[in-house]
Design a protein around this ligand. Structure first.
Ligand code: HEM
Length: 189
């Protein structure tokens, strides 16, 4: 089993009930009652759609930022963190045509992605999955996955609002926001 591969399947089964699906930019995803989040490599039963991504090495964080992140961030799956959000994102060819230093300049120097995100820690936990190298037909470049307590929703909403006004988001050509709930007492990472 590839421990870095995660599968998100919308369909009839899964630990999470889907509360809303919003096409923020570009094509939507189909509606489905439940979201299944697993590390299985096979296609889940009765899935309406399947999205896959791998946890990879970091591309942008510097040593100082990494230290701050590690000291502040919490793990996914805390018992009380019953609100989760899956946001698949595709960036434009213009983004992928930039050099690494140009991307870092837009990502942090101009957009403050890490600094903004840091303000949502430790209330919001997160995991970033990369999809781009899994196949040319991958519909998204990233699957971003978050959880938090219901009473911390505003912190997450404020962060989303701030990120979407940044220079970095000028390069986002498809974004879907899937809000889900896990029943208290059940567990999932
Ligand atoms: C919860 C607070 C957040 C923190 C602390 C945070 C932090 C980070 C960090 C450190 C990276 C860079 C990883 C690397 O070095 O490769 C990153 C990448 C990314 N984050 Fe966030 N983030 C947060 C929230 C969000 C949200 C809400 C979204 C989506 C709406 C998002 C979308 C992304 C994407 C798409 C990337 C990949 C960018 C790329 O490689 O082009 N992040 N985030």
């Amino acid at each position: 089993m590839n421990q870095r591969l995660w599968t998100f399947a919308g369909g009839k089964h899964g630990q999470f009930s889907i509360d809303s699906v919003t096409a923020v930019r570009g094509e939507p995803l189909p509606t489905a009652p439940r979201l299944d989040v697993t590390q299985r490599a096979d296609r889940p039963r009765d899935a309406t759609y399947v999205l896959r991504g791998v946890v990879s090495n970091e591309r942008y964080v510097n040593r100082g930022e990494k230290g701050l992140l590690v000291s502040k961030q919490e793990a996914l799956g805390r018992a009380e963190a019953t609100c989760s959000v899956l946001i698949p994102i595709k960036k434009s060819e213009a983004w992928w045509g930039l050099s690494q230093d140009e991307r870092r300049a837009i990502f942090e120097d101009q957009s403050n992605h890490i600094a903004l995100g840091m303000k949502a820690l430790p209330q919001v936990a997160r995991r970033l999955h990369h999809c781009r190298d899994l196949g040319e037909d991958a519909p998204f470049d990233f699957l971003t996955w978050f959880d938090f307590q219901p009473r911390e929703s505003a912190i997450f909403d404020d962060l989303l609002g701030a990120l979407r006004t940044t220079e970095e988001w000028q390069f986002v050509e498809r974004e879907v926001e899937i809000r889900v709930t896990r029943e208290p007492g059940t567990s999932s990472k």
